[in-house]
Design a protein around this ligand. Structure first.
Ligand code: PLP
Length: 470
């Protein structure tokens, strides 16, 4: 680095001007969070061309870097932290967690090992205990702090694979999969795409899976589950990505326990039902599982990215993900890398700790209940406006459709272009649907009503468009 440049960086830290500028921009962005378009308009998207430049030869002034981000970047963001973004299953960000994250960004901690960051080691331990308590998981459940449920599922299934093969007298870490005793994988045919990907990565060929049929709501049908034995890796789901439906976890858990098999639960957004007295019935039996994956960045509204793999067998998860090296200095405190496939990573536990601290037990319950109530309101108001609601709204997901598939598709296009709210689409029972996920703390009853009005206007525009082209 040129001495001049290093000097400039030192003075940037000293003067704080740069950070004040970032704070100003952040405040300007936040002020418009609740009013901005749910999806950027064409002008904002076009302005992204500003980033389409060759790699600069010379250093740029930091103030100019921030200006570019604010001028061209901010307007082209999706308003996922606002109240009218219902696309995919995307959580907002609680203010306390955002602010805590700013501070943690300045800390720039790397929670590989206790000796690399004692404070993050402590916060991870605290979060681990709090989450197990909130979700009513067995005492001693460990948590690995990962980017999201995709990685968490990979870790949980790796632990299951290790444990089942070990019981069969095979060490998969040293011996690999070739020649290993065959395992069976039982999965809901409508499991999330990330589950199938994790299975493929772990060497469970997709053609070899035993796919249990799903019922009308996407729940695993018990009568289509095969007989289990001690070689079975079973994956159940708490919260179907489209309908929000929950597999019958209690019965599945009993069968898995009887067979001495391994049960992993993908509870990306749905596992939080366990933290609500009124929704807890949906997750009855989750404590019977061996491992769970859950996101903090969806239902819980921690900032992105934030997910957890949870496992009741601490040492199995650690052995399945193990890595060693003479330079690694393990401690008698929590060493975060034991429970994740990564070494270096972001200190996500700060955001998570701040989220849980800001909500408390009652706040988490209130948040879960509110998302569900808003989803019910959305569904009821859509029905009153002549839309069809195709799923049983048990959690935060609503699947809506118009009279014909063509009208549903055209209406969705108009909704997406309106900027009033944003929803995605999916196929459900053979027809296109508009997929609504109520997942942000910021959503109000007025947001729901305004969005329903946007649905009605979009359907009108789509009907008119049809007539004009006919
Ligand atoms: C979102 C989701 C995932 C994937 O989680 P990421 O955090 O995006 O990796 C897996 N399963 C379900 C049911 C989901 O909703």
């Amino acid at each position: 680095m040129k001495p001049g440049l290093q000097h400039e960086m030192l003075s940037a830290i000293g003067s704080r001007e740069l950070f004040d500028q970032a704070r100003e921009y952040a405040h300007a962005y936040m002020d418009a969070t609740l009013t901005r378009r749910a999806f950027p308009d064409d002008e904002a998207l076009g302005a992204l061309a500003a980033f389409d430049e060759p790699l600069p030869d010379e250093p740029e002034r930091p103030a100019e870097i921030l200006r570019m981000l604010h001028e061209h970047g901010s307007p082209a963001t999706v308003a996922a932290s606002g109240g009218r973004y219902f696309g995919f299953v995307t959580g907002g960000a609680l203010p306390a967690a955002l602010a805590a994250r700013w501070l943690a960004d300045v800390w720039d901690q790397n929670p590989v090992l206790y000796v690399l960051s004692p404070v993050i080691s402590q916060l991870e331990s605290t979060c681990e205990r709090w989450i197990a308590d909130l979700l009513r998981l067995p005492a001693g459940t460990v948590a690995g702090f990962v980017s999201g449920t995709s990685t968490a599922t990979l870790c949980g299934l790796a632990a299951g694979r290790y444990a089942l093969l070990e019981r069969a007298g095979w060490n998969v870490n040293s011996e690999g999969l070739a020649g290993a005793p065959p395992l069976r994988v039982i999965v809901n045919e409508q499991a999330h795409a990330s589950v199938f990907r994790a299975l493929e990565v772990l060497g469970f060929g997709s053609a070899r899976l035993e796919r249990a049929a799903a019922d009308d709501e996407g729940r695993m049908r018990l009568d289509s589950m095969p007989e289990l034995d001690a070689r079975c890796l079973v994956i159940a789901q708490a919260g179907h990505v489209n309908s929000g439906a929950f597999d019958p976890l209690d019965e599945i858990g009993d069968r898995v326990r009887r067979a001495n098999a391994w049960l992993h639960v993908d509870g990306a957004f749905g596992l939080w039902a366990a933290a609500s007295r009124s929704k807890r019935v949906l997750t009855r039996g989750i404590e019977k599982a061996d491992s769970w994956s859950v996101d903090a960045h969806k239902t819980l509204n921690a900032p992105y990215d934030n997910g957890l793999v949870l496992c009741r067998h601490a040492s199995t998860l650690a052995v399945a993900l193990h890595a060693s090296g003479s330079y690694l200095q393990f401690s008698d405190r929590r060493d975060g890398m034991l429970y994740t496939p990564e070494m270096s990573r972001r200190a996500r536990a700060v955001d998570l700790w701040a989220t849980l601290k800001a909500l408390g037990r009652s706040g988490v319950e209130d948040l879960v209940d509110r998302l569900c109530l808003h989803a019910e309101r959305f569904a009821a108001k859509l029905k009153a406006q002549g839309f069809r609601v195709l799923n049983d709204v048990v959690f935060n997901q609503v699947l809506a459709a118009c009279e014909t598939p063509e009208l549903t598709r055209a209406t969705l296009e108009h909704i997406q272009r309106s900027g009033e709210c944003w929803c995605g689409g999916a196929e459900w029972r053979g027809e296109p649907v508009i997929r609504i996920s109520v997942c942000s703390w910021a959503t109000t009853a007025e947001d729901i009503d305004r969005s329903v009005a946007a649905f009605v206007a979009a359907r009108e525009a789509a009907t008119l468009g049809d007539r004009q082209t006919a």
